[in-house]
Ligand binder design. Structure first.
Ligand code: NAD
Length: 458
């Protein structure tokens, strides 16, 4: 069995060797999950709910340990990491209420009674990226388990540590063997087997748009259910009538949180031309004040990038081929020089609407700021993207806030805020940002089939 050396991205040092499952081991885990499904689906709703609450309690009791694992493995700031472990607990608690409330319908028909059931699918394969290892895992496995499915979960190669721990906590909490199995391994081996193995009845994939397209194509072979949460190029639209101080002060958090490795990062800031210069002059000190450094330090705002490869990708948007700063760079903050995969927060002001920095997901602490003229122009620029995941609108005019919210082609918008995700509200993308919705009250529907039964009374 091959292994993967997990690195601490803040130091570049090895922290653990993790065994990678091969196809045979993946098949064995999927077959165990298929057998476990036969009894898990029949666990009484109240008992399934109780087990999920116990799992949530176990996560809560281990919260600081999980957070420290994420700081070491992913370079997330300790504050964020605690929030992410807390999110797993909260998502489990939220969906623990679902088994007893996932109601069917009784539909009036002639000659009998018509009722619908929500039947679980079977084994669900969850494929997780490296940027938010804990929350993204939980958004998949919690509703899937609540709906009566069993789950096999593959963490990203770079960030398996917290997922492995969550697998242990599930067992400690009394979730039966085989109901929730974490399988570290390569995407091309374990992830691909989720797509091809006939016992896996649904794939929940979060990751890059390129891999997502291949997964969707692969799933079509068996008409396998699929949810895709993919990339983004979200716009933060700032109107001249907005509270500019607040908009500028919060803009770095809206794009540089998690070092910009966030599918919802507002990596384009669109500013109404009459406020453009003032906004940039307010943004500059806000960016220069972002504290980049040791993620374990409570005072740190931003940690390192996940890997040397990611730093190289991000650099390609900021440096010319010769190594000099690109002419697009307006200003930069600071970052440590040694050890880890550091990158300073960077603001670009591209003038070419076709610039790579305006079109491609950067997935690093780099933001492009461009001017717009009026509402129609703002919508034209915001929607000029293959992506449509999230975005923000800053204005004090409530009518404009609603008009622009309705006009932006994206699944998750916030007005005078950069909050994108709440476990109680639906999350997902338009266009090439994804397919389907996670979280919120309806997530169970995408982990079940609706079965219609007619009972004749005559
Ligand atoms: P990635 O697509 O490289 O990998 C994601 C996961 O897919 C990993 O676990 C990987 O091992 C697996 N994988 C890779 N090739 C596979 C294959 N052929 N078959 C099956 N699985 C395979 O993405 P990444 O670099 O880990 O994550 C970054 C991307 O994720 C960004 O594009 C980001 O926008 C996106 N993302 C989206 C959301 C969202 O909710 N929309 C959230 C977080 C991240």
């Amino acid at each position: 069995m091959s292994t993967f050396t997990v690195l601490n991205p803040a130091t570049g040092e090895a922290i653990r060797e993790v065994a990678l499952a091969d196809t045979a081991a993946t098949d064995r885990a999927i077959e165990r999950a298929a057998r476990a499904f036969e009894s898990w689906r029949d666990v009484a709703p109240a008992d399934r709910a109780r087990l999920l609450r116990r799992f949530a309690t176990a996560v809560d009791a281990d919260l600081e340990h999980l957070a420290q694992l994420e700081v070491a493995n992913s370079g997330h700031t300790i504050g964020n990491a605690r929030g992410e472990a807390g999110n797993v607990r909260d998502v489990l608690t939220y969906y623990s209420a679902a088994p007893e409330r996932h109601l069917g319908q009784q539909i009036p028909v002639a000659g009998g009674v018509n009722i619908t059931f929500h039947e679980p699918l079977g084994v669900v394969g969850v494929i997780v990226p490296w940027n938010f290892p804990m929350p993204i895992a939980g958004w998949g496995f919690a509703p899937a388990l609540a709906a009566g499915n069993t789950v096999v979960l593959k963490p990203a190669e770079l960030t398996p540590m917290t997922a492995i721990r969550l697998g242990e906590l599930a067992l400690e909490a009394g979730i039966p063997e085989g109901v929730f199995t974490v399988i570290p391994g390569k995407g091309s081996v374990v992830g691909d087997r989720f797509v091809t193995h006939p016992a896996v009845r649904k794939v929940v994939f979060t990751g890059s748009t390129g891999v997502g397209k291949r997964i969707m194509a692969g799933c079509s072979e068996q008409v396998k259910r699929v949810t895709l949460e993919l990339g983004g190029k979200s716009a933060n639209i700032v109107f001249a009538d907005a509270d500019l101080e607040k908009a500028a002060a919060s803009a770095p958090g809206g794009v540089f949180d998690n070092a910009g490795q966030d599918c919802c990062a507002r990596s384009r800031i669109l500013v109404q031309r009459s406020a453009y210069d003032r906004f940039l002059s307010l943004l500059e000190p806000a960016v220069k004040n972002v504290r980049v450094g040791d993620p374990a330090d409570e005072a740190t705002d931003m940690g390192p990038l996940i890997s040397a490869g990611q730093r190289e990708t991000v650099s390609s948007f900021v440096y010319d081929v010769g190594g000099g700063l690109s002419a697009e760079v307006a200003f930069q903050g600071t970052a440590p020089q040694d050890g880890g995969f550091w990158f300073p927060p960077t603001v670009l002001t591209p003038t070419d609407p076709g610039a790579r920095s305006l079109r491609e997901e950067i997935f690093g602490p780099v933001v492009a700021v461009v001017p717009f003229e009026d509402e129609a122009d703002a919508l034209r620029i915001a929607n000029d993207s293959v992506f449509g995941l999230s975005g923000s609108i800053w204005t004090t005019d409530v009518g404009r806030a609603l008009r622009v919210s309705r006009g932006v082609q994206a699944g998750n918008l916030s007005v005078n805020s950069h909050a994108s995700v709440r476990y109680s509200t639906p999350f997902g993308g338009y266009k090439q940002s994804g397919l389907g919705r996670e979280l919120g009250p309806d997530a169970l529907d995408s982990f079940t089939e609706v079965k219609n039964v007619f009972i004749a009374t005559e």
